[in-house]
Ligand binder design. Structure first.
Ligand code: ZN
Length: 573
């Protein structure tokens, strides 16, 4: 492709609206332009990378035995009502009424395709002989993002690969899951991305086992706890934390706690300032309603509660923070002064609470706290639980190392769905004994456009993008130094013809600009290999060849340039 014939609107200035490197560089390098918040056009250069990532995804899906199809983005709202996801998605689901003659239709734009594909399978699968099968598509998804941001990292419309496995047994589900997991590892490796497979919570989609694939990045919106020693990685909400070997014994001779006045201060920060003590010596008492019944959750003062873990510990179907009236009822005090001593509801203590030897707690009366509270002595402590989010420097649950918090961008997710959708959409099969069962499903997503943005976010320097070869818009950029020089253009055109003839994609910067200007643009758009032709080199009979990451070019005889470049590409492929 000749630069003059394509459309690459590069920008010198960093756009004011772009906060993160990938957004800035994708705008500056002419990969994307915004239509409105959350919706972007992929310009020719950007779309070439989207297509290359899509092709890698497609190849690995096919290799893993998945079958490609293509489903409508436009869907009837009824299918979301059948699975309960109309409510679960809430405002995130784009949905609207349209008129058709004198009828009204209520439609939705697909945020994912569990409903559509389960409905399809329900109509066509009847026997275990037809299973297992895994189907996938690469298609635009729609989610009404409350806060679209970071360019194409979080948008309301995005390209996604979504796959769905259907099996007759848990073994078939596990085999499909493993095949997808391994395919994902190959896909992200081929895309040149550093990634972490992370144990994840199932979230609102329902089901049990799942992994997220995270690209570590400073601007990532997800938090992962990671052990550098053994490689354990988990979503911060999922990660197991703190282990307690022994509960404190009751001390018979212990002095009673002291009541101190803490007028008009209710937060741990305020009280710790007032009493000049560390948040770590506080026991934070949070009143929740577990299936409507009040419970007190005890955490070390600097820790944060994890509702998923609280739900599991209290064996409740739903938990929510209690309202002021409930707090007043069980503590006898307004919000901010709850404590475990004398509270009128069951207490659930986190493991780390047992390690505090002398604690500060709310006194269950207005404007007062207790100090010198001994867990197990001044309030009962017969069992402890994991109730909080993982933090850096927590012990690793798998080895003797310690955890650290890593920011990440989620680029993929594999998920054992189970029978949630097949039950609600009546997708069943009969086994060899003529018994009917719901089909066991898995679902597997990759954000294709988000992969492209993650590559830019993590592969760049101060001058621009550094594309990994496999996903670069072009593999080679030719830079003739003087396009009005007939000799320069003759050699440039010859090299261009030979490389493209061999199936290598080449971008020739045939614009009549100064060399410095073209080199700046070349660094910005980040094509992996650069061949410079002209100037002193031409007099010496050489071209200059360099990788985007190299500072010094190799001098290569003109006649050997094509073979040399092909060799470099073959080495990297
Ligand atoms: Zn570890």
């Amino acid at each position: 492709m000749r630069w003059s014939q394509t459309f690459i609107p590069t920008m010198k200035e960093v756009p004011a609206e772009a906060e993160v490197p990938s957004h800035q560089l994708m705008l500056r390098a002419g990969l994307i332009r915004q239509l409105m918040a959350g919706a972007y056009t992929y310009l020719p250069l950007g779309y070439r990378s989207v297509r290359k990532v899509s092709e890698i995804v497609r190849e690995e899906m096919d290799k893993a035995g998945a079958i490609e199809l293509f489903m409508p983005a436009l869907q009837p709202i009824e299918i979301f009502e059948r699975t309960g996801r109309r409510e679960a998605f809430g405002n995130v689901l784009f949905n609207f009424e349209v008129k058709k003659g004198d009828r009204k239709l209520h439609l939705a734009l697909g945020p994912t395709h569990e409903e559509v594909i389960t409905d399809l399978m329900a109509r066509h699968i009847s026997s275990y002989r037809q299973l297992p099968i895994t189907l996938y598509q690469i298609q635009t998804k729609f989610r009404n993002e409350e806060r679209p941001r970071f360019g194409v990292l979080r948008t309301s419309e995005f390209l996604m690969k979504d796959a769905y496995s259907f099996g007759a047994s848990l073994e078939q589900l596990n085999a499909a899951y493993e095949a997808m997991y391994n395919a994902y590892c190959r896909i992200f490796e081929r895309c040149g991305l550093k990634y972490l497979p992370v144990e994840a919570d199932s979230g609102p989609i329902g089901g049990d086992a799942s992994h997220e694939f995270m690209v570590p990045a400073d601007n990532g919106e997800d938090f992962v706890v990671h052990c550098a020693k053994c490689g354990y990685a988990a979503n911060q909400e999922r990660a197991d934390t703190g282990r307690v070997s022994q509960l404190p014994a009751k001390i018979a001779e212990a002095a009673a706690p002291a009541k101190v006045d803490t007028p008009n201060v209710g937060t741990i920060d305020q009280v710790s300032q007032l009493l000049k003590s560390d948040a770590k010596s506080f026991i934070k008492t949070l009143i929740y309603k577990a299936d409507g019944k009040p419970v007190a959750i005890l955490l070390r003062g600097d820790h944060t509660a994890n509702e998923g873990k609280i739900r599991r510990a209290t064996k409740a179907a739903s938990v929510e923070l209690a309202d002021e009236a409930t707090i007043l009822k069980v503590t006898g005090a307004p919000v901010g002064f709850a404590g475990p001593v004398g509270i009128l509801c069951p207490c659930f203590a986190d493991h780390d609470v047992a390690l505090i030897t002398s604690a500060i707690v709310g006194a269950n009366s207005k404007d007062a706290h207790l100090t010198g509270v001994i867990p197990g002595t001044h309030f009962e402590l017969s069992e402890t639980f994991d109730l909080r989010n993982g933090e850096s420097s927590d012990p690793c649950p798998k080895c003797t190392g310690f955890l650290q918090i890593v920011h990440g961008i989620e680029v993929g997710h594999v998920f054992k769905l189970g029978t949630k959708y097949s039950v609600s959409m009546d997708a069943t099969f009969v086994d060899a004994q003529e018994q009917s069962h719901p089909i066991i499903m898995g679902c597997y997503g990759i954000g294709v456009t988000r992969v492209v943005a993650s590559i830019v976010e993590t592969c760049h320097d101060a001058n621009g993008i550094i594309w990994p070869l496999a996903v670069a818009p072009y593999s080679v950029q030719l830079i003739p130094l003087n396009v009005t020089d007939a000799d320069v253009m003759k050699i440039t055109n010859t090299i261009y013809g030979e490389l493209t003839g061999d199936g290598i994609d080449v971008l020739m910067d045939d614009r009549d600009h100064r060399p410095g200007f073209k080199f700046k643009d070349a660094d910005l758009i980040g094509i992996p290999l650069r061949i410079t032709i002209g100037g002193k080199g031409l007099a010496e009979g050489i071209t200059e060849v360099k990788w985007r990451t190299e500072t010094v070019a190799k001098k290569v005889p003109i006649a050997e340039t094509v073979a040399f470049v092909k060799g470099l590409i073959a080495e990297k492929s």
